[in-house]
Design a protein around this ligand. Structure first.
Ligand code: ATP
Length: 235
């Protein structure tokens, strides 16, 4: 059953020493929504995502999933694709994905089935026995996406998933994200590629210096007073 409430980021603030990374960041990624997060380097996107996932503590504010504050066990049900590659370079593709699935609680046979499914789905069959470090950057990105999806997460948070991808991989990734949202999963992703964000997203949040400065559908942002922000957001 698809929950009524999505991933709610409620008045999150965060400092790193003297640097104010986020102040009162508030938005919701609704069930079945593809939400694009744009902003210049250092705007606070990664910090927001890491707090949303529960891997970084906020100074104040709350994150809820399906109406409940997130906990350690909620985190296991999230899928995360970090901006920096979070893969083990010397591990083979299949082993990497089985390991990630096991880490998220799947038993061995189910982990193998899920890993093989995503390897096939993302066009990695010929690479399944290669070490991750031997793969092209685009293929490493596919493995990273598979690692985020292999345990069938309830929420997806993807930090710059499209960076460095060739057009075929962009299409594969876009299709996967659309399917996930069609099944009711909220997907939050950050990107510097405005054309992609505009083409794919149900809604877009524009963040500047740790604050959400606009949050709406692409059409509303284009036609409204915030159009200038969209035009001038980073490529
Ligand atoms: P990018 O697009 O470059 O990844 P971002 O929008 O994801 O940037 P964050 O990485 O969240 O932005 O950074 C927000 C602010 O917090 C920046 O000023 C950054 O320098 C600072 N910051 C991030 N992580 C740390 C840290 N571990 N220690 C100190 N300052 C940090």
């Amino acid at each position: 059953m698809v929950p009524q409430a999505g991933l709610e980021i409620d008045r999150i603030s965060k400092r790193y020493g003297d640097v104010v990374a986020l102040s009162d960041m508030t938005f919701e990624v609704r069930p079945g929504e593809l939400f694009g997060f744009v902003g210049s380097n250092g705007a606070g996107k990664t910090t927001t995502m890491r707090i949303a996932l529960g891997v970084l503590a906020a100074d104040s504010g709350t994150v809820r999933w399906a109406g409940e504050p997130i906990t350690l066990s909620t985190r296991r049900r999230f899928g995360y694709m970090p901006e920096e590659r979070g893969l083990y370079p010397k591990m083979k593709v299949l082993d990497q994905l089985v390991y990630m699935a096991r880490l998220h609680g799947l038993e061995t046979n189910a982990a193998h089935r899920a890993a093989e499914d995503w390897i096939a789905r993302l066009g990695l069959r010929e690479r399944r026995s290669d070490e991750v470090q031997k793969l092209s950057l685009g293929n490493q990105q596919r493995v990273q996406l598979a690692a985020a999806l292999v345990h069938d997460p309830e929420v997806l948070v993807l930090d710059e998933p499209f960076s460095g991808l060739d057009p075929v991989a962009v299409d594969v990734m876009s299709q996967v994200l659309k399917e996930k949202t069609a099944s009711g999963i909220p997907v939050l992703f950050s990107s510097h590629q405005l054309d992609l964000v505009q083409r794919l997203c149900d809604r877009v949040g524009i963040i500047n210096k740790g604050k959400m400065v606009a949050c709406d559908t692409v059409d509303a942002l284009r036609s409204g007073a915030t159009a200038e922000l969209v035009v001038h957001a980073p490529q």
